[in-house]
Design a protein around this ligand. Structure first.
Ligand SMILES: Nc1ncnc2c1ncn2[C@@H]1O[C@H](COP(=O)(O)OP(=O)(O)OP(=O)(O)O)[C@@H](O)[C@H]1O
Ligand SMILES: [Mg+2]
Length: 334
């Protein structure tokens, strides 16, 4: 059976005054019904552009240059704005890092949530408001009925994020794209929101694309993980397997930089030395090579493709790290 979401060879570019950024460069991934897929990588590696390609909400100059995105078997690439509007918020919904930029400060939250409901469902104003109260209750908003009249600025950051989640869930999407849903929140609230998302996903049997730069967020929450680097997927595996036996040196470095929740946010984290390549002129060989401690001559000549002993666990590296350790296995070239 086909997966709920199937992305194949997706290329999403952003035209600029001089040239263009190849933000997503040949990404293929899938999400099964009810599954949570973690999409992890450093800032600028193309996570958001991958998610926004599904929604077709790209920044100015952004366009899908190639590939296919199928939701429930239906091709989304090439759909008109009108057709996409029926998909967005209905079959697939998104929550962003910062609720203040997504919520309308001049509308009360009841009006905002019910507006979304009325776009997709033939219901009266009253029924839409009832639905708003129902989803606010679902996301753990205290006294949801009374809260319908509140404006976003009257709520704390955690409650605003709950409102965002309520809006996203109001039409029961099959797929929720959660793009850094907790990054802007403080640590205890982060955990509460992640728990809430997890329990809602179980209850509503919804699939989730959980986008984060933090491996700690996906641990125990995602079924599978796709690791992105410089516009490409460099490793994909079931979550537990990735944590136990990652093969790509970039994944290993990301895992080494998991922030501890107990850690003071000002404490120094391990970070990967160097910077990702400029995506307006990406190299034709391994994109991680300049930052990789295991790089050999071949890594500067050829681009490694995704490969692996099983279809479930694939990595794009000529010198993968050994099982559970950082020792490189024997180089493939002599
Ligand atoms: N509005 C924009 N205009 C031009 N380039 C952009 C724009 N938004 C993103 N990009 C570029 O596209 C590439 C991918 O960006 P994207 O936002 O998908 O990264 P990300 O993985 O989500 O990073 P972050 O963790 O910081 O959110 C980056 O090189 C970025 O500079
Ligand atoms: Mg992003």
């Amino acid at each position: 059976m086909a997966a709920l979401l199937e992305i194949d060879g997706l290329k999403t570019y952003i035209k600029q005054r001089h040239g263009q950024v190849q933000a997503v460069d040949g990404v293929s991934l899938f999400i099964e019904e009810g599954e949570t897929l973690g999409v992890v990588g450093e800032s600028g590696c193309g996570k958001t552009m991958t998610g926004m390609s599904v929604m077709q909400l790209l920044p100015p100059g952004g366009y899908i240059a190639g590939g296919s995105i199928k939701l429930d078997g239906k091709e989304l690439v090439g759909l008109s704005d009108n057709e996409m509007r029926k998909v967005r918020g209905n079959e697939v919904a998104v929550i962003f890092q910062d609720p203040m930029t997504s919520l309308n400060p001049t509308m009360n939250i009841g009006a905002q949530i019910s507006e979304g409901v009325r776009i997709h469902r033939q219901v009266s104003r009253k029924e839409a408001l009832d639905r708003a109260a129902e989803v606010l209750n679902l996301v753990g908003m205290p006294n949801p009925r009374e809260r319908l009249k509140d404006f976003p600025h009257q709520l704390s950051g955690g409650l605003r994020q709950r409102v965002m989640i309520a809006m996203a869930l109001s039409c029961e999407p099959k797929l929720l794209i959660a793009d850094e849903p907790t990054t802007a929140l403080d640590v205890t609230i982060q955990l509460q929101i992640l728990e809430l998302l997890y329990s809602l996903k179980q209850r509503l049997r919804m699939a989730v694309m959980l986008i984060t730069h933090d491996m700690g967020v996906i641990a125990g929450r995602a079924d599978r993980v796709n690791v992105m680097y410089a516009g490409k997927i460099v490793e994909q595996a079931p979550t537990e397997e990735l944590f136990e036996s990652m093969r790509h040196p970039y994944t290993a470095a990301l895992l080494a930089s998991i922030p501890r929740l107990s850690q003071n946010s000002s404490a120094a984290l391990y970070s990967i030395p160097g910077l990702p390549p400029d995506l307006s002129h990406p190299p034709a060989w391994c994109r991680f090579q300049p930052r990789c401690q295991f790089a050999t001559a071949r890594c500067r000549e050829e681009e490694p493709l995704l490969t692996g002993a099983t279809p479930e666990h694939q990595y794009a590296c000529f010198n993968p790290v050994g099982k559970g350790s950082l020792r490189p296995t024997a180089p493939l070239t002599h």
